[in-house]
Design a protein around this ligand. Sequence first.
Ligand code: ARG
Length: 274
Amino acid sequence: MPRILMCPPVYYGIEYEINPWMNRAQSSNRALAIEQWTALRQLLEDAGAEIELLSPEPGLPDLVFTANAGLVYQRQVVLSRFKHPERQGETPLDRAWFESAGFVCSDPPQDLAFEGAGDALFCGETLFAGYRRRSDARGVQQIAEQLGVQVLPLELVNPSFYHLDTCFCPLAPGEAIYYPAAFDDYGRRVIEATVPTLIKVDAHEAAAFACNAVVVGRRVITNTGCPKLQEELARHGYDPVATPLGEFLKAGGSAKCLTLRLDGEEAAGWRVSA
Ligand code: ARG
């Protein structure tokens, strides 16, 4: 059964600004955030996922974005080392949760920032890793070496698409969604040469976080406002579902960021072949 880690947005809010989407003057409505999060959780359960919960903590408003807790690989987790001090208090809570769930935890190489599944996503056997904004290129190289997997580092050139999961979403081995303008020429060529089936998202839908999709089986859950992506997904045999997540866009997050797949993403070769 697909297992997904989520954290209820009880203490969620816009309390600092660490990406271009965040503006303290545009605070979030907590009741609406809880409603949107609960609807997402329900959709994931309807898709057949079992939801595990990380306890929310006052003073850590971004703890809801469990994608950033770490990178899961089989029974191992490489925990995050957040770039911004505002989020560094999350790691001890993430570590405690993973240890109690029986995962073997490790830390990113000394002094290097790494933000977990926000920046590192398996598509088939390959780990695609975003760097520059939140994760260091050298760190993702060393993490891949430690796990014994092949990595393709991708530079994130647009500050609004600061985590890889805001502009790239593996759907299955050899299939992904991406927003080309978030990458440089080299990154685009790497993606185009290594992922045979690609669905491109336009600037308008990318800004609605179209690439920040959660994939459970053939179901693909995103924020609302991505009708072209939904059409393309349906054409490729997927079952797209949209749910409003506007309260989380205010923090620079959406569906995918609010989840962490614990048994391996749908597209991860190591899960599929397990
Ligand atoms: N406010 C959070 C941050 O800037 C949002 C994180 C979104 N998570 C993600 N995986 N893209 O760190």
